[in-house]
Design a protein around this ligand. Sequence first.
Ligand SMILES: N[C@@H](CCC(=O)N[C@@H](CS)C(=O)NCC(=O)O)C(=O)O
Length: 222
Amino acid sequence: MITVHHLNNSRSQRILWLLEELGVEYQIKRYERDPQTMLAPPELRAVHPLGKSPVVTDGNLTLAESGAIIDYLANRYGPQLLPAAESPERLRCNYWLHYAEGSAMSPLLLKLVFDKVESSPMPFFVKPIARGIAQKVKSAFVTPQLKLHLDYLEGELDKSTWFAGEAFSAADIQMSFPLEAAAARAGLDASRPRLMAFLERIHARPAYRRALEKGGEYAYAK
Ligand SMILES: N[C@@H](CCC(=O)N[C@@H](CS)C(=O)NCC(=O)O)C(=O)O
């Protein structure tokens, strides 16, 4: 039996969605973020040393890292979510499985961190310095990088309906999280209509809705 170690409001939501798309039986083990630090609880480290979500166990196998998990589950249980082996679409699918976490998430994470620096309570005499540094990093690096990635992604969805081509695939599930995060907190809006239409399309999928019901709190499904 597949077990998804699922943290509220997190990337593991996309694993639940994948499994709903595949129609495979699975169980969920739930973990709650610490409301102050937003970190996962220490119990998750008993499953994988990094203690991050998602982690999936399947028989004797324990697997972390969303892209690797999606690749494994789609190969093992759902070839229908992978383009034909050795096709150009398969290469594209593989590209997005890596790109989502390897490239797209970096500026999003930096934005989260520097927004926190700006808004965190601190002694009054440090505040202007901390704010100044955060704003400088954001304006010189983070905001232009976010724009670069979002413009690129908008252009990619002009070439094909879904990320790997004309068919919905595992790539779209993996790409959902950076795009949902960008819409929630990094300025993705109606000025990029293809990306917004992508989010609308995935949010309307019955499997996505079922995964939401099973997963519980998930702030990014707007
Ligand atoms: N690149 C990893 C990132 C894993 C990750 O950072 N997960 C977050 C949830 S979105 C997490 O567990 N955060 C809580 C923590 O770091 O304690 C993946 O895609 O699986």
